[in-house]
Design a binder for this molecule. Sequence first.
Ligand code: G3H
Ligand code: 13P
Ligand code: ZN
Length: 328
Amino acid sequence: ALISLRQLLDHAAEHGYGMPAFNANNMEQVHAVMQAADEVDAPVIIQASAGARKYAGEPFLRHLIIAAAEQYPHIPIVLHQDHGGEPAVCLSSIQSGFTSVMMDGSLMPDMKTPSTYEYNVEVTRQVTEMAHWLGVSVEGELGCLGSLETGMAGEEDGSGAEGQLSHDQLLTDPDEAADFVKKTGVDALAIAIGTSHGAYKFTRPPTGDILAIQRIKEIHARVPNTHLVMHGSSSVPQDWLKIINEHGGDMGETYGVPVEEIQEGIKHGVRKVNIDTDLRMASTGAIRRFLTENPKEFDPRKFLKVSTAAMKDICKARYEAFGCAGMA
Ligand code: G3H
Ligand code: 13P
Ligand code: ZN
């Protein structure tokens, strides 16, 4: 059954676990997330980005989730819209049946330029007011995701976005978080602690100077009733990186957010952990390996099957590591 993000994360807070929120764009990803959840009895958050809606088309995405709910009636599912760039995007997702939306007002609608605090409060407050009338949950974002190593807002390909961000912009301020939550009424708050989107997060395994896990405690202390969200939380599995590069791929050396650091975050109020890149890497690695090892094969179901299995293994590992196994 579809439930709201608030319902699920309240349960997570009560029982002290964190929820991976997996991005999905197609049937194989939805299969992977659901099969893993079914095996370990975990609830599910599936999120769709603007890119996913463009890729699959809104009706196809919606019906994939309806299909998931029908095939797995015992698993609670949150259908969440990832990174809404403006209130209109959130409203259209609400109309199409999403049970949760993210109003990302940390950036202007171009999704590149950092916004002002006042703008962020205003758009997030508007969306929250409307969403709550309909029982839909809202995630806001305060602070800009980006690398404390380079000062750059992360782009998926590892290049920087709109110029340099200051150290302050890259870390959510706890006092500002308290004010933001009070003014907007959001259910969940995405915070900036040095992670960035995509595969190229860190040039070395992250330590305290480039990944500010400590900051989570300070923010949580100020907004104890708002569920914290970590974006850019892929761990960038080194085994899949190796498999990709051994089978014709060419990805550079790179490191993600270690699962142990996420577990530390969950101890201090993180309830939603966004993961996209890890599934992309598992899928690509599995397909590359399969096609090199089976050059005569041309039935796409064969390589899509190994892709689904590889993604499922990652989902299962995260459910177990974040404590949500057995919580469905
Ligand atoms: O927020 C970033 C997610 O990884 C979604 O990426 O916009 O390419 O679908 P996307
Ligand atoms: P990753 O690129 O680390 O998987 O982050 C995904 C994300 O934050 C989606 O909103
Ligand atoms: Zn994100």
